[in-house]
Design a protein around this ligand. Structure first.
Ligand code: SF4
Ligand code: F3S
Length: 107
């Protein structure tokens, strides 16, 4: 099992989640974070840190976002670790209320 970053993170990237991860499992892309399933120990402490509730346990990922499970694994292998939070993306507040942002995802 692992935890999964889902659609809500896209174009927000608040990064509060990375500060609490005991295994530095987060990987950073241009406008989204992914969790490396090989490093995640399922501790769940990142879940309440995300202001837009983007993080789910793999088994709890909503049906319409199951594609984010393989996507996290794929992107985590391409991106570098992020271990300290940084300012959210400039338009984060605006994008926080938008649903289905997949087409906005930058790799
Ligand atoms: Fe890190 Fe725990 Fe979140 Fe996994 S569940 S990404 S180990 S904080
Ligand atoms: Fe993304 Fe939420 Fe972390 S918006 S960067 S999963 S705090």
């Amino acid at each position: 099992m692992t935890f999964i970053v889902t659609d809500a993170c896209i174009r927000c990237k608040y990064t509060d989640c990375v500060n609490v991860c005991p295994t530095d499992a987060f990987r950073e892309g241009p406008n989204f974070l992914a969790i490396d399933p090989d490093d995640c120990i399922d501790c769940a402490v990142c879940v309440p840190e995300c202001p837009v509730e983007a993080i789910y346990a793999e088994e709890d990922v909503p049906r319409d976002q199951r594609d984010f499970i393989p996507l996290n694994a794929e992107l985590a292998k391409q991106w570098k670790p992020i271990t300290k939070s940084k300012p959210a993306l400039p338009d984060a507040e605006e994008w926080a209320h938008v649903h289905d942002k997949r087409s906005e995802l930058k790799r």
